[in-house]
Each structure stands twice: as structure tokens, then as C-alpha cells.
Design a protein around this ligand. Structure first.
Ligand SMILES: C[S@@+](CC[C@H](N)C(=O)[O-])C[C@H]1O[C@@H](n2cnc3c(N)ncnc32)[C@H](O)[C@@H]1O
Length: 275
């Protein structure tokens, strides 16, 4: 999430905070639905039919709502340049980025704080951020433009379907999932993103020797994810349990929130074994 002293569209203001609070109480996330007017530029917004896909994970709730004016301005002006439409077909990522640099996928970047910071530090890698939360997309687009970041593209769609349809086996160098919605209620556990068979699909899409990096501040989800990832074919855990933090990972708003509630941060770092 953006720091308090940074100018720009900001995190969406009181409205967004209220929406997030409601969603968090419900155990989910906030995502902005189709805007009242204007074409949907990033995606065709087809929803997966119930029961389809890698375990039919529906890990988010799309809510109606409005973006801040600045987020909307950034979205309208910059989405055609940095957003990749959802086509349902395998994409030519080298062609889209204009180079064959290694590709890192980030699922659910929120406001894109970590995405932008990591991409700036690693100009020799390409970053594909997949998110359904349009205000966050507007915020990241603003930052891409402000900082002149060349190596980020955004796909506004359900990451499960993107991974199923648009990304080939062995084509990712790594995948980041930072502070996924914990869905704390037992009846909602099926909505958790980090579970099989989705993690098996994700592991297949990552090349041999590549990595999967997840971080959570929800202790029980951390334990759950450790079990799911340890049981995922193709993944190996070089640490045996939770991993030490990567120094290169910047703190996000959700992390700061968790820390303010004395939540412990759990890091999970798995490698994809040689095939
Ligand atoms: C709790 S927020 C964390 C955001 C950010 N990573 C951070 O640390 O601040 C989780 C985000 O994941 C997104 N998300 C959840 N499921 C998703 C899915 N299947 N595809 C794309 N985005 C998803 C939500 O919209 C939300 O913005």
C-alpha cells in the first residue's frame, strides 16, 4: 500500500477503508466491480463458471464501488498501455514485454506497492501482476507512470483462470502471493487461494529451479499453506518449515496492518524441483 506521505491517487480514501473493513469482517477482500461508465479496458471480465478450473477456487468477492478520481484517471489513461486483456489464449509474454527476460507472476497485488518496488529494483525481469481490485490497478498504473517503470504489465482478471489459460507450463521464473485473503471462517476455507489443486497448477507453470513465495500474517493460514505446499507435487521446501524473510520484499499495507495487531509474519518459500 502507498506510504502516507506519498502523493498521488492514494489508497482509495475513507470509502475504500470502509469497504476493506467490511470485507475483512466477512473474511474476504474488496474488489471494485465494473465502472458505471466506460469500456472495460483491461479484461473481458468473464467469470469462471462454478465448478470449473483448478479446484474452482473463487478466492475473492467483487463488490460494486467507486474509485477515487485520480485512480480512475490513471486507469482510463494508462490501462490501454500497461494492461493485458484477458483472452483465454496462451499469451506471447516475450512479445508483450518486448524482451525475453524472466517472468514473475504476482497474484493479488492490492495497491501494487511491493510490485512497483520489486520491479524497479530488478529491471532485468518482467513482472505480471494479476488483480481484480480496480482501484489498486489504478494506483499501480499511476506509480508505473510516475516512476517510469517499464517491466510491469497488469492483467485484471481472476488469477486462477489467467494461470489456467494464458500461461504455459514452465514459463514462469517465480510467483509471488503476498498476504492473500485469509478467509478465516472454516466454511470459507475452500476460497483460500493457496490450496491444491491450484498450487499444483501453479507449480507446473513455474520452470525447474524457479520459486513460489507466499507471505501471510494469519498464523493458521500459514500452517495450512505449509501443509498444502509441502504436499504439492513438484515443490520442495529448502527450509523444512517456514522460511526466513527475503530482504528484497518491501512491506505492504496488509503486512503493516497485521503487525499492528501483533500478528506474526509467516514466510513460505518453495523451489520447483528439476523435472
Ligand atoms: C489481502 S489483499 C493483499 C494485497 C497485497 N498483496 C498486499 O499485501 O497488500 C489480497 C488481494 O488479492 C486479490 N485477489 C484475491 N483473489 C484473487 C484472484 N483469484 N485473482 C486476482 N486477484 C485476487 C484481492 O483482490 C486483494 O486485492
Amino acid at each position: 500500500m502507498p506510504s502516507a506521505n506519498r502523493s498521488g491517487p492514494g489508497p482509495g480514501g475513507a470509502f475504500l477503508e470502509a469497504e476493506r473493513a467490511t470485507a475483512e469482517r466477512a473474511g474476504g477482500s474488496v474488489a471494485i466491480g465494473r465502472p458505471a461508465a466506460g469500456r472495460d479496458r483491461c479484461t473481458t471480465r468473464k467469470e469462471s463458471p462454478p465448478g470449473a478450473g483448478a479446484g474452482a477456487v473463487k478466492s475473492y468477492v467483487l463488490r460494486g464501488g467507486r474509485m477515487s478520481d485520480a485512480q480512475k484517471r490513471s486507469y482510463d489513461a494508462l490501462a490501454p498501455r500497461y494492461c493485458v486483456p484477458f483472452t483465454g489464449e496462451q499469451a506471447d509474454w516475450g512479445g508483450i514485454f518486448g524482451n525475453e527476460n524472466p517472468l514473475i507472476l504476482e497474484i493479488g497485488f492490492g495497491m501494487g506497492t511491493a510490485t512497483a518496488a520489486i520491479a524497479r529494483e530488478n529491471p532485468g525481469k518482467n513482472y505480471l501482476g494479476v488483480e481484480v481490485f480496480r482501484a489498486g490497478i489504478g494506483r499501480l498504473l499511476w506509480e508505473i507512470e510516475q516512476a517510469g517503470i517499464e517491466n510491469i504489465r497488469i492483467l485484471e482478471h481472476d488469477a486462477v483462470e489467467v494461470l489456467e489459460k494464458m500461461i504455459a507450463d514452465g514459463s514462469l521464473e517465480g510467483a509471488h502471493i503476498f498476504f492473500p485473503d485469509p478467509w478465516p471462517k472454516k466454511r470459507h476455507h475452500k476460497r483460500r487461494l493457496v490450496r491444491r489443486p491450484f498450487t499444483e497448477l501453479l507449480a507446473r507453470r513455474i520452470r525447474s529451479g524457479g520459486y513460489l513465495y507466499m507471505v501471510t500474517d494469519w498464523a493458521e493460514y500459514g500452517e495450512w499453506a505449509l501443509r498444502e505446499l509441502s504436499a504439492t507435487a513438484g515443490l520442495v521446501n529448502p527450509y523444512g518449515g517456514f522460511a526466513p524473510p527475503r530482504e528484497w520484499r518491501p512491506r505492504t499495507k496488509f503486512e503493516a496492518k497485521g503487525l499492528s495487531k501483533n500478528h506474526e509474519i509467516r514466510e513460505l518459500f518453495f523451489k520447483v524441483e528439476a523435472r
